[in-house]
Each structure stands twice: as structure tokens, then as C-alpha cells.
Design a protein around this ligand. Structure first.
Ligand code: NDP
Length: 296
């Protein structure tokens, strides 16, 4: 039985707050990593069409011997498939690859403002279609900034359940988080332990080497990764750490036996540099980042 808390989304769907991310896990390592995560208590897996490992995520869930309903599965629309018919075709492939007739959450991966005149609103309406059909229990967005969320609110009657964005101690996107919170949109942190700060050259170093986080970790007998995850959980975000290493997969869910003080939370809040590690969402265009959707 998982001891991970759950959060009710604005559409009534219940999400497990801490999940397992599989970005950059090679397809031939994914099923084993997912099974290991599920065996030790994770109940939420975050994949995407563009990660190329949805099929192996489905396999890992079956290998773990769990009922499909016991696992919260998220996937995300391929950047090259924003036009409504492309989105429908891509979503069918996602379900086929996962070996399931539904996903728990389906996200627009990037807003792609320059593509098709920036018409992510039409794309969003197709996701709502998946929701009405019961093939996506919940629908949301990823990498949306406040202007994108404002436009969705102005042009549709609905709000996303989730906005999955880069959030770690060095880049907290407070304005986007607050805008979402005021509208009942759950912020889900990608790179929640700061992975983007150590697997990509950036303007700052690794969050795991930060002396403030290190001191807090020593005070609790925990690791910097665990402190960083705990900070995200206590601030109410969903977090989806990734690892392929069994000891780290276990370490990253072992974060429910300690609590950070208000001062410690404030100290981590104080590390925000305002500089993102990942790409500026407005710069993520199909030309720059597009990829053919692989055959499911
Ligand atoms: P994370 O913050 O999860 O960090 C992952 C990195 O940290 C890997 O290099 C991993 O290496 C290492 N690591 C994991 N656990 C530990 C630990 N306990 N101690 C030290 N190092 C550790 O970053 P990600 O960028 O992977 O983000 C997590 C998930 O978020 C992704 O898998 C994906 O699902 C999602 N995501 C979504 C994006 C979007 O655009 N919507 C963009 C990026 C990510 P190792 O595997 O070797 O342990």
C-alpha cells in the first residue's frame, strides 16, 4: 500500500502527489524501472509521446501485476501533433502503446506559440473531447505561462487541471504557480530535484551541491534530493522525480518521515535565481524541437 498523499484536482480526479518520471529513460530500461518503482510504492507514472517509452511504461505496469486502476498514468501530446486530427491520431497511438483504453491525465506538452498561428486553443478543445469520451480522466497543460493560461480562460469555458512546469529551488516560477493556484490549477514540478541543473549546462550549478540544501539535509539525516522533494511536497506541488538507479528510486519516495520547518522552507525559497534551466516555452517551436511521432 502506498503512503503517498493524494490531491483532488479541479475536476474531481484524484492524483497521487509524488510520481515517477521517465524522461530520458531508454526504452529497453523503462519497463524494469517502472516495475521497480511500482514494487516499492509509487502509484503514478509520468511519460510522454516524445519520450518514446510509452509502450514500455505499459509493460512495466503489467509486469508489476497491478490493476490498471491502481496506477495514475500521465502522457503528453507530441509537439508535432497539435492540429486536431493529428492530436486525435497521436492520442489513439498513446492508448495503443500503453495497452490501456484510457490515461489518467493527458497534457499539451508545450504551448508552441508559433505553430499554426499559436492555436493551442483548438488543441485544448480536442483534449476536452478525450475527456468527454472518458479516454482521458483528466486533461491539462505543460510549460504554459500566465499569458497562455489567460488565453485559454478567455476563449474556453474550462481550466486545465494541471500545469506541469519547471520548478526546483533555482527556478520556482512563483507568478505562474500563483496564477494557477488562484484558478484551482495544480502545479506539477518537472525536474523537481533540479535534474535540469545538472544534466544541462546552465547559468547556475547543481541544486544538489547547494550549501543551504546540504545543511538542511544534514540536519534531518536526509539527502539533498529528499530535502528538495520535501520542499515541493510541503508547498503543495505534485513532484515526479526520475531515476534509473534502484537506490535512488527508493530514496526519492522515502520522504514522508520528516518535515521541513517554515524557516527551512523559506531558506529554500530564497535560492530562486529567476533563471530557467530548460528552454523558454516561447522558443520551443516545432522547427526547433519537433520530432516525428514514433510508431506505437
Ligand atoms: P529530476 O529532478 O527528476 O532529476 C533527474 C536527475 O537526477 C537524473 O539525472 C537522475 O539520474 C538524478 N537523480 C535522481 N534521483 C537522485 C537522487 N536521489 N540523488 C542524486 N541524483 C538523483 O529531473 P527530470 O528532468 O528528469 O524531471 C523529472 C520528470 O519530469 C521527467 O522524468 C519527466 O517525466 C518530467 N519532465 C517533463 C518536462 C516537460 O516539458 N513537461 C521536461 C522535463 C522533465 P539517475 O537516473 O542516474 O539516477
Amino acid at each position: 500500500m502506498s503512503n503517498v498523499p493524494t490531491i483532488d484536482l479541479n475536476d474531481g480526479v484524484c492524483i497521487t502527489q509524488l510520481g515517477f518520471g521517465v524522461f530520458q529513460i531508454k526504452p529497453d530500461e523503462t519497463a524494469a524501472a517502472v516495475k521497480r518503482a511500482l514494487d516499492i510504492g509509487y502509484r503514478h507514472i509520468d511519460t510522454a509521446e516524445m519520450y518514446g517509452n510509452e509502450r514500455e511504461v505499459g509493460q512495466g505496469i503489467r509486469d508489476a501485476g497491478l490493476d490498471r486502476a491502481e496506477v495514475f498514468v500521465t502522457s503528453k501530446l507530441n509537439n508535432g501533433c497539435h492540429e486536431p486530427d493529428d492530436a486525435r491520431r497521436a492520442f489513439d497511438k498513446t492508448l495503443e502503446a500503453l495497452g490501456s483504453d484510457y490515461v489518467d491525465l493527458f497534457l499539451i506538452h508545450w504551448p508552441l506559440p508559433t505553430l499554426y498561428g499559436g492555436d493551442f486553443v483548438s488543441t485544448w478543445k480536442v483534449l476536452e473531447e478525450f475527456s468527454r469520451e472518458g479516454r482521458a480522466r483528466s486533461v491539462g497543460v505543460s510549460n504554459f505561462q500566465t499569458a497562455h493560461l489567460e488565453r485559454l480562460a478567455a476563449e474556453t469555458g474550462t481550466v486545465p487541471s494541471v500545469n506541469q512546469i519547471e520548478v526546483h529551488p533555482y527556478f520556482a516560477q512563483r507568478q505562474v504557480q500563483e496564477f494557477g493556484a488562484a484558478r484551482g490549477i495544480l502545479t506539477q514540478a518537472w525536474s523537481p530535484i533540479g535534474g535540469i541543473t545538472f544534466y544541462r549546462e546552465g547559468s547556475h550549478g547543481s541544486t544538489l551541491d547547494d550549501p543551504v540544501i546540504g545543511a538542511i539535509a544534514r540536519a534531518h539525516g536526509k539527502s539533498p534530493a529528499q530535502v528538495t522533494l520535501r520542499w515541493g511536497l510541503q508547498e503543495g506541488r505534485s513532484v515526479i522525480p526520475k531515476s534509473t538507479k534502484p537506490t535512488r528510486i527508493a530514496e526519492n519516495i522515502d520522504v514522508f518521515d520528516f518535515e521541513l520547518s517554515a524557516d527551512e522552507i523559506a531558506a529554500v525559497d530564497g535560492l530562486d535565481t529567476g533563471r530557467r534551466g530548460g528552454p523558454e516555452p516561447g522558443a520551443v517551436t516545432l522547427e526547433a524541437y519537433g520530432r516525428e511521432i514514433p510508431d506505437a
